[in-house]
Design a protein around this ligand. Structure first.
Ligand code: MEZ
Length: 540
């Protein structure tokens, strides 16, 4: 049994307050309250969690310690010994990353006449896209518009977002939904054929489109099938360990590692699209994560070393509702859709302590405050703390069967551990979910480095300091498509010079000048679970 007798006592209190709570809406936090709670409880503000970078284009900027160590790491490649004469593959566009952004980019690049190779660290589709649950935003209903969507995104990001990147995101959104549907993506629909949409945290209209609670898997299935149908070359288990430049200062390809043989190969490419996703597997501050095994911030490291500027790297997203019980699924995503459908967050006494659809940064901070400062969390047999997400409310509010129909993956995930979320609440605590920032891009996905394009979570600026639910699946498709198209156009005019790895020698020099002798070779490629750390979410 996953719940202890103490937890059951608390569940009885949750049940006892349910009828009253069904009538009650918790007030939203006023802006000043939001600011205060973020500063006091959001992990971005925890002292000692971040440090200043000592080298590279963001020297002087703060970023999580774990990421800073990788950004200031040494290369896997011995530049002096590497043979740049022996080119193994040549193409117009090398797409790095086999998630939704990479697949979207590959499709648009191919459609625009480019010869494309997509390389990916694990298998094609092994990525955060596949694990995304709740949905994708697009303002395509009569009561909505891209302008309203724009205001929500800017508000969610505390108005720090890069406006022209947000504009591109919201303007392309309706056509992206149509594109996905035309490719065969099966979104949930009302009986008369309109798409079902719900609210997410910080949205003023119901614009979250979804496929049950496995929206990302459905989108990834669609995109991956399409890439395979078009016979775009795909290399699996072949992460990039270094970008290659030419003597004109342009990106001109990459060095791949064959994870099975340990051999390196060289790809010469007229343009490169970076679509490697985020860094959730770096477990900042010891947080558990929702992220895929491959999310080790590789793209940030590769781009940083060739001089690309990073934006908003001092802000990470902690999803308010990561599973806190049982320990086997610690940190796994409990989709925001559960709250979107009506479930409330309640403490050990069964009291609602926060409006359920605050933006994620505020919601996560309120949960941490409830557990850490107010000591009103629920503690599990393995000393994990959390608060209840009162899921049975959904069926009471919306009719029996709503949970099973809308959240089958969630029901199954908890059912494996004898927790029936249709009958009893589930325990949650914030979990590391997303990298709000990344490589600075322009609206066509280009960067300050010639021939380097970027799409998806590895890019920075769209979400400012906080992303809203459903804008990640949107970003990967909108910016994957934009980068694919722009890179294909650029590839038509590029003349590459001599290949060089001189930037690695420059990098070594910068490290030396900063008195750094990095022990870590980066990109990390795979997370290191040999060190035993105590998750931050445990009771101290
Ligand atoms: O965009 C997301 O991160 C998302 C939809 C997550 C979720 O809660 O399902």
């Amino acid at each position: 049994m996953s719940y202890t007798s103490e937890m059951w006592k608390s569940i009885r209190k949750v049940e006892a307050t349910r009828q009253r709570r069904l009538q009650e809406t918790h007030p939203r936090m006023p802006p000043r309250g939001q600011e205060e709670i973020l500063k006091r409880f959001h992990p971005d503000y925890v002292e000692g969690g971040m440090r200043e970078l000592l080298v590279g284009p963001n020297r002087g900027d703060r970023t999580p310690n774990e990421l800073a160590d990788l950004l200031e790491g040494r290369s896997h490649i011995d530049a002096a010994a590497f043979d740049l004469e022996r080119v193994d593959y040549e193409c117009d566009i090398l797409v790095i990353g086999g998630g939704g952004a990479g697949a979207s980019a590959a499709l648009l690049a191919q459609e625009n006449g480019a010869q494309v190779i997509l390389t990916t660290k694990l298998r094609f589709g092994d990525a955060n896209t596949m694990m995304a649950q709740g949905g994708i935003q697009a303002a395509d209903k009569p009561n909505d518009s891209p302008v309203i969507h724009y205001l929500d995104v800017m508000g969610g990001g505390h108005f720090t977002n890069v406006p022209e990147l947000v504009e591109a995101l919201v303007m392309d959104a309706p056509s992206v939904i149509q594109w996905l549907e035309d490719l065969g993506c099966i979104f949930d629909k009302e009986p008369e054929g309109t798409m079902k949409t719900i609210h997410g945290g910080g949205t003023s209209r119901k614009r979250m489109h979804f496929a049950r609670d496995y929206s990302g898997a459905e989108i990834m299935r669609t995109l991956r099938d399409e890439v395979r149908n078009r016979q775009i070359s795909v290399l699996e288990f072949a992460p990039v360990v270094e970008l290659v430049m030419d003597d004109k200062g342009q990106v001109a390809g990459a060095i791949l590692l064959n994870l099975e043989t340990g051999d390196y190969s060289l790809v010469k490419a007229k343009t490169v699209i970076m679509a490697t996703g985020g860094g959730g597997r770096l477990h900042y501050q010891g947080f558990p994560t929702t992220n895929h095994y491959g999310a080790t911030a590789d793209g940030l490291v590769l781009a940083y070393r060739v001089g690309a500027k990073l934006a908003f790297m001092d802000t990470m997203q902690y999803h308010p509702t990561g599973a806190a019980c049982p320990e086997q699924i610690l940190g796994q995503l409990v989709t925001e859709k559960v709250r979107g459908l009506g479930a409330q967050l309640v403490n050990v006494e069964g009291e609602q302590f926060v409006y359920p659809l605050e933006t994620r940064d505020v919601e996560a901070s309120a949960i941490i405050r409830e557990c850490v400062e107010r000591k009103k969390g629920v503690v599990t047999s393995t000393e994990q703390q959390g608060v209840w997400l009162d899921s049975p409310m959904i069926d009471i509010l919306k009719g029996p069967g709503t949970i099973q129909t809308n959240l089958p993956a969630m029901v199954r995930q908890f059912g494996r551990f004898d927790i029936d979320m249709t009958k009893e609440p589930i325990l949650i605590y914030p979990t590391l979910h997303y990298q709000n920032g990344g490589i600075a891009i322009k609206p066509d996905g280009s960067t300050d480095i010639p021939n380097l394009y970027v799409a998806g979570e590895v890019a920075g600026g769209v979400h400012g300091r906080n992303r809203l639910m459903g804008n990640s699946l949107l970003e990967i498709t909108v910016y994957g498509r934009r980068a694919g198209k722009a890179a294909a156009q650029r590839a038509k005019e590029v003349e590459l010079g001599e290949l060089t790895l001189e930037h690695l020698q420059d990098w070594e020099q910068q490290l030396q000048e900063a008195d750094l002798e990095p022990q870590i070779a980066s990109p990390l490629l795979l997370p290191d679970y040999t060190r035993h750390t105590r998750p931050v979410s445990k009771v101290m």
